[in-house]
Design a protein around this ligand. Structure first.
Ligand SMILES: [Ca+2]
Ligand SMILES: [Ca+2]
Length: 239
């Protein structure tokens, strides 16, 4: 499959995914204080009644415009992926001047190791989508559990410390990494993400909606152990 065909396929599946997702599960709104930007201060995605989470909504509010003021170009959510086989995350094209026109999405595991990222679902399609399928029928990850989902203003990408240097973990500046789902170099897959590059376009901010599949409310700490036991129990019964 050449790049343009692949991009088209991703765009089409994104559309199908979004249309079927419009009614799937409760919406989680970014809290009033804003989402975190790292593993340490990531926002827990929990719903009142537990169960499926169909969407995250929030805003990258940009910069306050004065030196020393805060800025908001990356939002990081701690999510629970209950069903990796169907996991996907798609930013929605929204009407209105206050919508985020060009997002990027990143997925990291609980240790902060990079799994997948995407800038644009296709040429001239700046929305972003992640799906757990490498295009050849193989999953990028198979374990249910805690993951970190980040949305950023393009281009602000995940960084890591490698050989005492801060490097862009997904090398999203490369021309072949502008569309499609990308992974880090295999030798970098165990190196934790530690920060973000500065945004390249300070005017690229606004409201976003991320449609989700395969995600449920984060269990309470005690519930997490029970969920783990349930998974082990299921596996044992297969033998
Ligand atoms: Ca925010
Ligand atoms: Ca984008």
């Amino acid at each position: 499959m050449d790049i343009s065909t692949k991009a088209f396929t991703v765009a089409m599946t994104a559309c199908i995914g979004v249309s079927s997702l419009a009614v799937a599960g409760p919406v989680f709104d970014e809290p009033p204080g804003g989402a975190g930007t790292s593993r340490d201060d990531a926002t827990d995605v929990k719903t009142e009644n537990g169960g499926q989470v169909g969407m995250i909504t929030g805003s990258l509010t940009g910069t306050s415009g004065f030196v020393g003021g805060g800025s908001d170009y990356q939002d990081v959510y701690r999510i629970y992926i209950a069903d990796p086989g169907v996991f996907r995350a798609d930013t929605m094209m929204l009407d209105g001047a206050d919508s985020l026109r060009d997002p990027m999405l990143f997925l990291f595991n609980e240790e902060g190791h990079a799994i997948i990222a995407n800038n644009n679902i296709g040429n001239d399609q700046p929305q972003s989508g992640l799906v757990n399928d490498d295009g050849n029928g193989s999953a990028f990850f198979t374990q249910p559990g805690i993951y970190y989902l980040a949305i950023t203003s393009a281009v602000s990408e995940a960084t890591a410390m490698i050989a005492n240097e801060t490097v862009p973990l997904f090398e999203m500046g490369l021309s072949e990494n502008q569309t499609g789902i990308i992974q880090p170099r295999s030798s970098w897959s165990q190196i934790p993400w530690t920060g973000w590059t500065q945004p390249t376009d300070y005017e690229n901010f606004g409201h976003y909606e991320i449609a989700l599949q395969g995600v449920v409310s984060l269990p309470a700490p005690g519930g997490l152990a029970l969920l783990g036991l349930a998974v082990i129990g299921r596996r044992r019964r297969r033998h």
